[in-house]
Write a protein that binds this ligand. Structure first.
Ligand SMILES: [Zn+2]
Length: 361
């Protein structure tokens, strides 16, 4: 992506949504026991973890240039995760195309295909051609792994809901009872082949947006959560709220983060098994940063722009300024922070659960 490229997105009115006082105790992370049992082995950089077939992060430790063997094997890994590990509960679509002499392929996974609207979670899986050998750990292996974990988590909930009699569920089923479905998109070709520009960047996003505009899918997209450059572990920078249209959803994500880190009223976060997985993690979201709300244009060019232009509300989870390893060979797995990657995975899982729950009937 590119910073400082005014894209002339107009019509973003400045309207900060302020939330009232929130509960400061009694908060429960949904399906916490699932995370405690599975999150660390799924997102792990420790030695030997590459031997664990449940590791979702290390398969991305390679270059993934469009059309290359690394790209094809990464696609295969992602597709098998949905088709095999997740027992075919997701509709798997691919969107192969050729542009600028390169072959690209978007991967689009859908849970609850018959839902009236969908929440879209997305990241790009391709890597930049130069510098040679860059494996794009924050750009965007970590985000892809967090999304694979989110898919696994949602599949667990859906399976659980389907195996129980409806009236035996403690509450309305979150995934199978929501009018909101989930799509997880792995974009190809986010990076420029040579130099970032409208014709040389976000190849996959432009093609998917065109398809969704043509087939009517775009009108049924409730929101796009785009993750990029996450997982560096660097103290600064934070992820600000970029768009007034989704500031409410940003505040939800921020409340979830606060609850996860600070607001376990019963103190259980300090003792739970899950705590060790996120405990040293700091705040990643900064709700006091209003720099970008109401600007009326995007300050970061990324895969969201064609969807934003089509009227889809966008929540862009990207730190600004970018982490120091961005677009250098140092953007490797030695400079990746598994704890922060798990942190984002948890935030997104809970964000989806709460979003789906708010749309149950
Ligand atoms: Zn990049």
């Amino acid at each position: 992506m590119k910073y400082g490229l005014p894209l002339g997105i107009i019509g973003l009115a400045y309207s900060v949504v302020l939330f009232g006082a929130q509960k400061t105790f009694g908060w429960e992370l949904s399906y916490e026991e699932y995370h405690a049992a599975h999150l660390t082995e799924a997102i792990n950089l420790d030695e030997d973890s590459d031997k664990n077939p449940k590791n979702l992060l290390l398969p991305f430790n390679r270059t993934r240039i469009p059309g290359s063997e690394g790209s094809r094997e990464t696609q295969q890994f992602i597709i098998e995760h949905f088709n095999k590990t997740l027992a075919g509960q997701w509709a798997v679509e691919t969107q192969p195309f050729k542009e600028n002499g390169y072959y690209f392929n978007n991967l689009i996974m859908t849970l609850q295909n018959n839902a009236t609207e969908h929440l879209v979670l997305a990241a790009h899986y391709d890597t930049k051609i130069a510098p040679t050998g860059m494996v794009g750990a924050i750009d965007s292996a970590a985000s892809c792994a967090a999304l694979l974990y989110t898919a696994q988590f949602l599949t667990h909930i859906a399976s659980h809901e389907r195996t129980l009699e409806f009236d035996k569920l403690a509450s309305v089923p979150v995934v199978t009872g929501s009018t909101l479905g989930v799509k997880i998109v792995f974009f190809d070709g986010e990076e420029a082949i040579e130099e970032w520009g409208p014709e040389d960047s976000i190849y996959g996003a432009r093609h998917l947006a065109a398809q969704w505009l043509a087939d009517g899918t775009m009108t049924r997209i409730r929101m796009l959560l785009l993750m990029d450059l996450l997982g560096s572990g660097e103290e600064e920078p934070m992820v600000p709220s970029y768009y007034s249209e989704t500031h409410q959803e940003y505040q939800l994500l921020n409340r979830i983060e606060d609850d996860l880190l600070f607001r376990r009223g019963d103190g259980s976060i300090a003792e739970s098994q899950l705590a060790a997985q996120v405990a040293r993690q700091r705040k990643r979201l900064d709700p006091t940063d209003y720099r970008f709300l109401g600007l009326g244009h995007s300050v970061v060019g990324d895969d969201h722009t064609p969807f934003l232009a089509a009227g889809v509300p966008v929540l862009h989870a990207i730190p600004l300024p970018f982490p120091s390893t961005w677009h250098t060979v140092e953007d490797d797995f030695r400079h990746l922070d598994a704890t922060e990657t798990r942190h984002w995975a948890l935030l997104v899982c809970e964000f989806v659960v709460q979003s789906l729950r708010s749309r149950t009937e």
